[in-house]
Design a protein around this ligand. Structure first.
Ligand code: DGL
Length: 259
């Protein structure tokens, strides 16, 4: 059981930012990653459509005998994790925007959050935000178009710079000192965001917390790998394997799969 894989899925290549954190913390775990690039972006889709896509990804990872499933997508987590937990026995780990640490640490009483429409309009996000950030000015911004640009290989492009400048402007006007990245594609934007934001603004994402939580839940369920040999890390995409390879910058094998 312990040598079974950790299954990870995202609407596309962005969840590899979470895979990297998991692989760093749990280097001997086998992993299977699904990049549902064909259906990206999930953000503008409704809860029902997002849940159906999550069911499809979950079923495939279960067919591949995964011992735990990490939903490496804020949009999928905030819209579908309750349904998945109610309907499947496998443990699920989700990712949500790190609004709590930002709200606890802000000195200017203003934090920015960049996420998809699906995440920002979800019940789960409004609950978390209401619980931890009700006394704080939370400047919410839908990152419309960002995922599409990353999925089409335009991470570094004039179009991306222009979008980011537009999205950061209201946050800077509100004097934020924390920017929360509420989408697993966005950690790949950190170099550009750092260059555009004033030095005192801290950028936070949830990748490390997700990896830690994955370890905790594996341990609780006696599922941690006991191996000390190089693991198998398998990456499937229903889009372009080259894009996954480029973003992973790692010695990994990516393949096309129709799912
Ligand atoms: N990586 C997904 C997330 O964390 C992107 C969602 C999308 O495809 O729009 O929300």
């Amino acid at each position: 059981m312990t040598d079974k894989s950790i299954g990870i899925f995202d609407s596309g290549v962005g969840g590899t930012s979470i895979w990297k954190e998991i692989h760093l913390l749990l280097p001997y775990e086998n992993t299977i990653y699904l990049s549902d690039s064909l259906n990206a972006p999930y953000g503008p889709k409704g809860k029902k459509a997002i849940t159906e896509l999550c069911i499809k990804n979950t079923e495939l990872l279960l067919e591949k005998d995964c011992k735990i499933i990490v939903i490496a997508c804020n949009t999928a987590t905030t819209n579908a994790i309750d349904y998945l937990r109610e309907n499947y026995k496998v443990p699920f780990i989700g990712i949500e925007p790190a609004i709590k640490p930002a709200a606890l640490q802000t000195k200017t009483n203003a934090v920015g959050i960049l996420a998809t429409k699906g995440t920002l309009t979800s019940e789960l996000f409004s609950k978390t935000s209401g619980k931890f950030a009700s006394n704080i000015n939370v400047v919410e911004q839908v990152g419309e178009g960002i995922v599409q640009l990353i999925e089409s290989g335009k991470l570094y492009s004039g179009e991306m710079t222009n979008l980011l400048k537009t999205y950061l402007k209201p946050m800077q006007d509100a004097n934020i000192d924390y920017l929360v990245l509420g989408c697993s594609h966005y950690p790949y934007l950190i170099p550009q965001l750092t260059a555009l934001l004033p030095e005192h603004v801290k950028i936070i994402d949830s990748g490390e917390a997700v990896a830690k939580q994955t370890k905790v839940v594996l341990k609780q369920n006696d599922l941690l790998s006991t191996s000390s040999i190089k693991p198998k890390n398998i990456f499937y995409t229903n889009g372009q394997p080259e894009l996954l390879n480029k973003i992973l910058e790692d010695d990994v094998v990516t393949s096309y799969l129709n799912f």
